[in-house]
Design a protein around this ligand. Structure first.
Ligand SMILES: [Ca+2]
Ligand SMILES: [Ca+2]
Ligand SMILES: [Ca+2]
Ligand SMILES: [Ca+2]
Length: 397
């Protein structure tokens, strides 16, 4: 399987997932899911190439407008992509590229944001397929504006990294970097302790077995409500969460009692969100649909254990990415799922009850989605990331 995966990787084709095969080829869009009224409001984003990987949003240049990090896998069949891109938003759907100082040709991957050197400017962590994730310090206030690589040799993961996350896992006040590998037996989950300067420890904390497990999405979020983040991963062995034990100075698993949720291969996701408003995040986990496995599940932590929560969740098609946002100012949370049949939205009308709002009418091949209020009207836009570019949809319903 390793040789197969590597051969597939070399040819630019994603390897076949292990275990049960997804049912994507038979899937048809749910006939009952109506079209959402939506229009593309973005200008200045690339409208060609294949884009994928977990995006990130922040106001990097502190002009009050949200900016975007996305990654380019390839421009066309013969031309490799340029990896990480940053676009500054103008608050009205206009975007302009600011990539000075970013390495090209790291390959595609997920990104994360945080002020790792505490200078008040939000910095970027980027995964990439060259096995050496990078952290870039935000120097957009300089003339000319630039990014400065804080880790010029890369973080030595020795694995193809699918996603990264930034959070203070060990509670020392400095942001730490989590990395997770993607391809079969090319994985593992590591935390690299940050020093608060942009530098990271040379030796990681190994949280998840690099020989046996790999994953596709990693996030930091507080799932216990104590104000400290936990480490969440969508992995080959299923969804897992880890907390930090400050006494023993090590990561501890929070899913020991949890039935294994087996998910498959690459491009699967999770999203933390406090749906019930109790101060602790629930976790939406999304993956392939196959016999005995729901493509979307929400886990809520109660009395020290995770349990499935919520009804009315999408069940009829595989889901590659999931995000949570709002379509109305101060309105209910809305779950956005992206899969083989595009992007669908589900509103939580009352706690735990989700209702299908419909589908964005865009049938191009999708890999990832972002949800953020790009034009600052209190309502989130949806960023479509896939074959043929990146576009921001405003949903008007
Ligand atoms: Ca900005
Ligand atoms: Ca910074
Ligand atoms: Ca830390
Ligand atoms: Ca908006």
């Amino acid at each position: 399987m390793l040789a197969l995966a590597l051969a597939a990787l070399a040819s630019g084709v994603s390897p076949a997932p292990l275990g049960p095969q997804p049912e994507t080829s038979q899937e048809q869009p749910d006939a009952q899911s109506s079209a959402l009224q939506a229009r593309v409001i973005s200008r200045g984003l690339h409208a060609r190439g294949q884009w994928r990987g977990n995006p990130a949003f922040a106001d990097f240049n502190r002009d009050g407008h949200l900016d975007l990090v996305v990654s380019n896998r390839r421009w066309d069949r013969k031309t490799m992509g340029d990896g990480v891109f940053v676009y500054l938003g103008d608050g009205a759907g206009g975007f302009s590229e600011v990539i000075a100082g970013l390495d090209r040709r790291l390959g595609y991957g997920g990104s994360a944001i945080g002020d790792v050197d505490k200078d008040g400017f939000v910095d970027i962590a980027y995964s990439g397929h060259d096995q050496t994730p990078r952290v870039y310090l935000n120097q957009l206030a300089l003339d000319p504006p630039t990014w400065k690589c804080a880790t010029p040799d890369g973080i030595p993961t020795h694995t193809i990294v699918a996603d990264v996350a930034l959070g203070d896992f060990d509670r020392d006040g400095h942001l730490d970097l989590a990395t997770v590998g993607q391809f079969p037996r090319q994985g593992g989950l590591y935390v690299w302790r940050g020093e608060g300067t942009g530098k990271f420890a040379k030796e990681p904390i190994e949280v998840f077995d690099a020989e046996q497990h790999y994953g596709s999405r990693v996030e930091f979020a507080d799932v216990t409500g104590d104000g400290h983040v936990e480490l969440l991963v969508a992995a080959s062995a299923g969804f897992r969460a880890y907390g930090w034990d400050p006494a023993r100075k090590r990561a501890v698993g929070l899913c020991e009692d949890h039935p294994t949720l087996q998910i498959l291969g690459a491009e699967l996701s999770l999203a933390p969100f406090d749906f019930d408003g109790d101060g602790a995040n629930e976790i939406v986990v999304a993956g392939y649909k196959y016999a005995g496995h729901a493509p979307v599940q929400i886990y809520r932590r109660s009395e020290g254990a995770f349990a499935p929560w919520g009804e009315g969740l999408p069940a009829d098609e595989s889901v590659f990415d999931v995000k949570v946002g709002h379509l109305e100012k101060d309105g209910p949370p809305v779950l956005f799922v992206g899969g083989q049949n595009g992007i669908r939205a589900f509103a939580m009308a009352e706690p735990g009850r989700f209702r299908d709002l419909g589908r964005i009418d865009d049938s191009a091949k999708l890999f990832a989605i972002g949800v953020a209020d790009c034009n600052r009207d209190g309502r989130d836009e949806v960023v479509w990331i896939g074959e043929g570019g990146v576009r921001v949809y405003e949903i008007t319903r």
